[in-house]
Ligand binder design. Structure first.
Ligand SMILES: Nc1nc2c(ncn2[C@@H]2O[C@H](COP(=O)(O)OP(=O)(O)OP(=O)(O)O)[C@@H](O)[C@H]2O)c(=O)[nH]1
Ligand SMILES: [Mg+2]
Ligand SMILES: [Zn+2]
Length: 344
């Protein structure tokens, strides 16, 4: 087998010491990793060093170096891209969901799953990852049933996606699926993200021409999925590209910085240049150009919400920044103490 067909490139070659055995993590299960190598598949665990350091832990999609017997992963090569979220627990920590993804398919169902705010959130996540996002509106066969006009939903989604490609399709009737392989060159990797039940595994099965992934009907009452896929796994597709199926994401807390909002909300950032106050929060200040522009208030609210969330994360994560913030607060407290407010 040649490694290029799994996505190997100069970027990784340059990091490899002479004589080392590389491989790509195709799936992971409780500390065991299925690794594709030039000599075939290996079932590997990780070395003690990696085990002791969460930041060195391999993710599905990673290129790794194996020990000579191919039983232990000793190193994770630097990633080209990584898809991360904040771990859902209270602890402030990054969770890498997938590594070395070139194209990120953000999947929504055109049933009651369709949610513009969630798409905006996934777009921020995608942009932070370094992968090229593409929005997939699946279950187009159901749109009419729900009184959604397909052309209208596509146009709305395009508007909020600011130039990101939007593809309407129906995996179940094979409609629109053929647009996807054309978006990937041989050796490139795509991943499917979205909430449970949107049809990620169905899309994968159809493109693969094989029912390799299990799928389950959504709940009739609210179209919610049942978290059928529970592991992340890579598949080699007929056109020579790779596709990763992921479990449905119940909750996406971002692992990004406020900077990462810039691309996804260029419209708001541009309008903000004309606000009277440089630090305008677009929340009732006089002379606010953003509020005056008649933007969808839900989009603005979502932007502000993510901005607060990411500013909070930045304070928690970047110790230097956190220290500055603390120093600032101390200075404010001090000035308040020394200059108590007096009634006029
Ligand atoms: N009507 C319709 N149903 C679809 C379509 N695509 C998928 N489904 C159905 O939606 C249900 C959920 O599909 P899955 O592929 O299991 O969804 P998933 O996104 O992989 O869900 P998780 O693995 O739980 O994250 C299944 O019953 C599919 O048959 C479609 O285009 N139209
Ligand atoms: Mg699935
Ligand atoms: Zn403003």
């Amino acid at each position: 087998m040649n490694l290029e067909q799994f996505g190997w490139s100069d970027f990784f070659e340059r990091q490899l010491a002479a004589g080392a055995t590389p491989g790509r993590v195709a799936s992971a299960n409780h500390g065991r990793f299925l690794v594709w190598t030039a000599a075939g598949e290996a079932d590997a665990s990780v070395s003690g060093l990696l085990r002791r350091n969460a930041a060195l832990w391999p993710a599905v999609g990673d290129w790794v170096v194996l020990r000579d017997d191919a039983e232990v992963i000793v190193k994770v090569l630097e990633r080209k891209t990584k898809l991360s979220r904040k771990q859902p627990e209270r602890e402030i920590r990054e969770q890498v969901l997938a590594a070395n993804i070139d194209v990120l398919f953000i999947v929504s169902g055109l049933d009651r799953d369709y949610n513009e705010r969630r798409i905006e959130r996934f777009l921020v996540m995608a942009r932070e990852s370094g992968a090229r996002p593409v929005v997939l509106l699946n279950k187009s066969d159901l749109a009419a049933e729900l009184g959604l006009d397909l052309a209208d939903v596509v146009a709305r989604t395009e508007r909020l996606s600011l130039g990101v490609q939007v593809v309407a399709l129906s995996a179940i009737s094979d409609h629109g699926l053929d647009a996807l392989p054309a978006l990937l060159a041989p050796g490139e990797t795509a991943a499917l993200i979205g909430s449970s039940g949107v049809g990620k595994s169905t899309i994968l099965n159809r493109l693969l021409g094989d029912e390799r992934q299990r799928t389950t009907a959504v709940r009739a009452s609210d179209n919610r999925g049942r978290h059928t896929t529970t592991t992340r796994e890579l598949f080699v597709m007929p056109g020579g590209w790779l596709l990763m199926d992921l479990p449905g994401l119940r909750e996406v807390q971002l692992w990004a910085t406020t900077e990462d909002l810039t691309d996804s909300f260029e419209d708001i950032q541009e309008l903000a240049q004309a606000c009277r106050f440089r630090d305008c929060a677009h929340a009732g200040e006089p002379g606010c150009a953003v509020e005056a522009a008649g933007l969808d208030p839900a989009r603005l609210a979502n932007y502000l919400k993510m901005q607060r969330e990411l500013a909070h994360l930045e304070r928690k994560v970047d110790p230097r920044l956190a220290k500055e913030t603390r120093a600032k607060w101390k200075a404010i407290e001090k000035s308040v103490r020394h200059h108590p407010k007096r009634d006029p």
